[in-house]
Write a protein that binds this ligand. Sequence first.
Ligand code: FDA
Length: 316
Amino acid sequence: MLRSILIYLSQAAWARRLVMRLPPARRTAFRFVAGEQLEDALKVVAELNEGGMLVTLDLLGEHTEDAAATEQSAQNICAALEGIAANQLRSGISLKLTQIGLQLDEGLCAGNLETILKTARQHGIFVRVDTEDSPWLEATLGLVRGMQDKGYENVGAVIQSYLYRSDGDVAALAEEGITIRLVKGAYKEPPEIAYPKKADVDAAFDRQTEILLKASKQHPIRQKGDWPPLAAIATHDEARVRFAEQCAEELGLDKQLVEFQMLYGIRRELQRDLAARGYPVRVYVPFGTQWYPYFMRRLAERPANLWFFVSNLVRR
Ligand code: FDA
């Protein structure tokens, strides 16, 4: 119930205007966001790299409302790519397709995505296309596949375990050699298409981890530089992490073929522990002024975050 309300609020313009004006919201959000400017984010990336972590940098933004603004977003993402390259950072990029025009026109979005992929390829940087809520899923997977077919090897997809269809999507994409970030899913989806119960989502996550790791055993993708392997297991759930590790051990998989990914500011000790045990660990580092929906989804995932925010508000 609380999760549904927060996810609804994450998409409500009136709530965004209200919450973004509150200094405690900003303070709480900046536990999960690396700053508003590219320079802030690049500093955080450098620190994480020094600590042995790989990064995927995300210029926050979604549901951009006019064509010129989507092109500006693509240029800003290219500036982030240039920043990563100029500072020789070990980082890829994550982006959302509604940020670069998917809700306006698929052709516009494809053009912006290709501009970004071209710039990224020039610098040997990998681009992960995040998955948003289900209305955008088919087009998102279609665009990722289309770019692979055009020869962009530096692009990968995200699959959400909570969708009933995801076992099939994981198997199909892995067979096509498209690298996958596996996540539980952060949006509110109806029971007709997604598991409503956490236990079922967890079971699906483990099942899909196994499909993905078996595919990695059969077709180990050669990584370029710091690019992610076929399997990126993105969760802070220790039981899911242990399952993935056990599965990889039983398959005799090289640790470099199993990347763990977590969000900036969440479960840092688990990130360090996995890196110390020889797995690649990538931290998703968001930055930018449009932090509201990302922040609200993080509140929805964990009531303790909401409590921290509300207690700051009351204290003020
Ligand atoms: P779960 O929610 O069960 O949490 C397990 C434990 O992790 C909690 O008990 C708590 O200790 C800790 N934890 C989890 N969330 C926390 C939070 N917000 N604050 C503090 N502690 C927290 N989703 C999506 O739909 N599309 C996408 O493209 C992506 N991309 C993405 C990239 C990366 C690198 C990650 C890690 C996650 C995503 N997600 C995503 C989000 C994902 O779908 C999911 O909502 C979150 O990862 C939370 O789920 P967990 O797997 O961590 O498990």
